[in-house]
Every structure is written in C-alpha cells, then in structure tokens.
Design a binder for this molecule. Sequence first.
Ligand code: PHE
Length: 343
Amino acid sequence: MREQILELERKALEELKDLTNKADTDAFKIKYLSKQGLITNLSRGMRDVPSEERPVVGELINKVKREIESRLALLETKYEEEALNEKLRSEKVDITEPSKGTAQGEIHPLHKIFTKLMDACVEMGFTVVTGPEVELDYYNFEALNVPKDHPARDMQDTFFLGGDLLMRTQTSSVQIRAMENMKPPLKIVSPGRTYRVDSDATHSPVFHQFEGLVIDENISMVDLKSMLTQLLKMLFGDDTKIRFRPSYFPFTEPSVEVDATCPMCKGAGCTRCKGTGLIELLGAGMVNPKVLENCGIDSNKYSGFAFGPGVDRLAMVAYKVPSIKNMFENDMKFLSQQNGEIR
Ligand code: PHE
C-alpha cells in the first residue's frame, strides 16, 4: 500500500510539472482529487489495510493529498494572475493616442441671422420687445387695418383657435401692442415665431419674422429707405444693391417690397433669383395713419415706418439653404455645415 501511495505521488508530481494551462490543470484535479479521483480511491483502499497500519497509511495519504493540493493552489493562483494581467493588457487605454476630436455644436442659422439683425438694430438705437404667439384677431388684423372679411386676410392663411384667438400670422401684431404701451417717439424691433397654414420648399407652418417700427415727428420714406439700406448692407455686404418696389399692405401706405442683390450670383442672374439678379427680402412701408389713430397716436403730429422680413428667408438666402424644412429638422449634418459667415 505504501509503495502504491508513493508511486501515485511520484506520478502525480511528474504530471504536475507538465501542466501549463488551466484546462489541463482542471483535468488533473478531476483525475486525482474528485470523488472518483485516484487519491480518493486510495482512501477507499484503507479497508484492506491491517488496522495497526491504518493511522500511518492514512497519514501518508493525507500528506500526499495536501502536497498535491498546495501545488495545485499555487498553479491556480498563477493562472488567475496571468488572466488578470492579460485582461489589463487588453483593456489598457493608450493615453498617447491622438484624440478623434469631439463633435462640436454650431449656432443655428436662424439664430445667427436673428443675432445679426438684433445687434445691428440695437446699435441703431432700437429697443427689443416681444409679443404673444397666440394672439387676438384685433392685434393681428383689425387694428392693422385689416377688418373682418377684408380680402387681404386671404394672403395670410390663418390658424384660427376659436373665438377671437388665432396663431399670429405676422409679428406686425407687436406694432399695435408697442404703440398701445409706449408713447412716441418709439423705435422697436420684435423677433419671433409666426404661423400660417402653408407648407412647401419655401414655406413652413411655423416661421420667423423680425418686425421693426419707428414712430416720431417728421419721419418720411427717406428714413425708411436709408435705415433699411444700411441694415441690409450690414447683413449682406456693402456692395449689395437694394431695390424698393411699390407694393400693398393694409397697414402701410405707401408700401414697398424690398429686394437685394442675389447673394448666390451677385446680381448676374441664377436659378435662385429666377434670372433677375435680385431676391425679395421683406415688406415695409410708411405706417398707415389709420393704424396710428387705432392706437391713439395723433397722425397729424406723428408718422412712422415699419418693416418685417421673414427671417427664415434671410437665413436661406444667406446660407444657401435649399428647403425651409432644414431649419426645423435638427439634422446634425446640415447644422454642422452652417459655419460660414453670411458674406
Ligand atoms: N407683416 C407683413 C407680412 O407678413 C410684412 C410687413 C411688415 C409689411 C411691416 C409692412 C410693414 O407680409
């Protein structure tokens, strides 16, 4: 029995030396130490050992068992360390690797145009005011000399909300609110959202306007022309040509439509400006005396002018944006392209 035990120990230690990986080591463990293992079998053989030898033989088996177990434990620790080191190696972050860069946000083209307009107007002495987007018929139409059933209402397809409420179709409503609340002389601009039942490549149900209003004594068409010329040159460059074309708005008299040199072709004529070299930018005019009187302003003493560009249109022209929808879709690819200056 003793020889048998020592022989098994020798064999086991021999095999242990050749173990190089965890799988083989596990197999070895099963072969010797499991319930059916060779060492465990030895203990079963104790039955046949004379009783006086049993303590010595038992002790020997245990010694061999402990020896193998402790060597196995060493091997297992070694494998665990190796596995951990391998994991650390494979997950190592190379801090010297150049960065891929971070995606940087861009200021939205609409916001850029608004900021330009606002900065220019504040520099010229305008005060910025705002008005509600859900508006009363009175401020959006009636006080602006557009009575109920006036054909001019057809031009502004309105979202009616029931009763006298509607989504404002133009920021001109803020003209009335300003004239009711502030005494002339006044000089205000009002940026904001406007709404119309309209949707194609150049029209969106929600869009933006930038209303301007100047009321004082002796304000004439000359003031309107010089102020708007200055503003548009600030936006599109000094070499921009401005054209004032007669038009009609119920709340201005006379009314004009203002065109500027097409920024795409610099006046040569292209598809964008339909070959005219000019692009229509905004409506404007001398405030209709009826509107002044509606707001309790003496039209014999005061006169004024108003203007109201569509800001989406300005941004589309300035940044060569193909569809007004681009303005609202928050497509990162589109937004990150808008990094050029207006000029
Ligand atoms: N509110 C007009 C529009 O939406 C533009 C405008 C503003 C015209 C101010 C004249 C004066 O078309």
